[in-house]
Design a protein around this ligand. Structure first.
Ligand code: NAP
Length: 259
């Protein structure tokens, strides 16, 4: 087990959204643990418990919790369990998104009411719901972060309703930052370039997005989850005490290009 030393020693970090070892949330949890944080990992499905347990074993006192963000009862229970287990929480990482697969095929104009609502409930409202339960535990101030994508601002083929949800997510970050600033809780988004994960494989245009980014970005080559995770560790630390309401883009510079 890693010794608890480093800039996050003595801090508790909740990481929501670890499906497996390829998840961006997994890499973020590793970075936070390497910086000394105790982890609370949440996963939705039983199949993810094995990889969540690997993370829990990194730092003494870490634990895994099941939480489906579709369920208010699950989020209530998570808040109660975190309070009982840790008392105080310092960092919340929200690394969760979902849209029904049919919405990521075909044209955006064909988006259904149900698909729109599901994408926004799971990918956006869940951040608000988690902040409601977990920010009261951040009695020493804290850092909340979520994961976004450039599809919030630009049109990428077949990213469709997920792009609209990411735009709502980035706006949510600004509203939460305004609400929680008095409690010295910072709220930010990390906008990551394409990284091969389970969710990414469900986006039909993903390979095109990933290959274009790797070939054209000012810094060539594929972005890694660790590059994103290291920025998450910085945002969790006191070194980022002046940053809130921000979307930080980590994409090897792809977003600065015109053509
Ligand atoms: P991932 O490993 O599949 O992670 C997505 C997570 O969301 C999974 O753990 C999934 O759990 C969870 N989730 C979905 N519905 C849920 C629900 N109802 N309750 C609780 N958890 C739920 O893929 P990822 O790429 O790391 O995605 C993490 C975040 O990064 C997402 O917000 C994604 O949009 C964002 N992002 C990804 C990329 C990329 O290229 N990969 C780029 C920019 C931003 P289950 O698998 O059990 O459903």
């Amino acid at each position: 087990m890693a010794e608890q030393s480093g800039p996050l020693a003595g801090k508790v970090a909740v990481v929501m959204g670890v499906a497996n070892q390829w998840s961006i949330g997994y890499a973020i949890a590793e970075s936070l643990a390497n910086a000394g944080a105790k982890l609370a990992i949440t996963y939705r499905a039983e199949r993810s418990l094995r990889d969540a347990t690997k993370l829990v074993e990194l730092v003494p006192g870490s634990k895994a919790f099941q939480c489906d963000v579709d369920s208010d009862d699950d989020i209530d229970k998570l808040g109660d369990d975190l309070k009982a287990e840790y008392g105080v929480v310092d960092t919340l990482v929200h690394s969760i998104a979902f849209a029904p697969p049919a919405e990521l095929r075909g044209r955006f104009i064909e988006t259904t009411r149900e698909g729109f609502i599901t994408a926004h409930a799971v990918s956006v409202y869940s951040l608000i719901a988690a902040a409601q339960r977990i920010s009261p535990l951040m009695t020493n101030g804290g850092s909340i972060m979520t994961l976004s994508y450039l599809g919030a601002d630009r049109v990428f083929p077949q990213y469709n309703v997920m792009g609209v949800a990411k735009a709502a997510l980035e706006s949510t970050v600004r509203y939460l930052a305004a609400d929680l600033g008095d409690a010295r809780i910072r709220v930010n988004a990390l906008s990551a370039g394409p990284i091969k994960t389970k969710s990414a494989r469900g986006i039909p245009g993903f390979s095109t997005m990933k290959d274009a980014a790797a070939d054209k970005s000012p810094i060539k080559g594929e972005l890694t989850a660790k590059q994103v995770a290291d920025v998450a560790a910085f945002l969790a630390s006191d070194a980022a005490s002046g940053i809130t309401g921000e979307t930080i883009i980590i994409d090897n510079g792809f977003h600065v290009l015109g053509i």
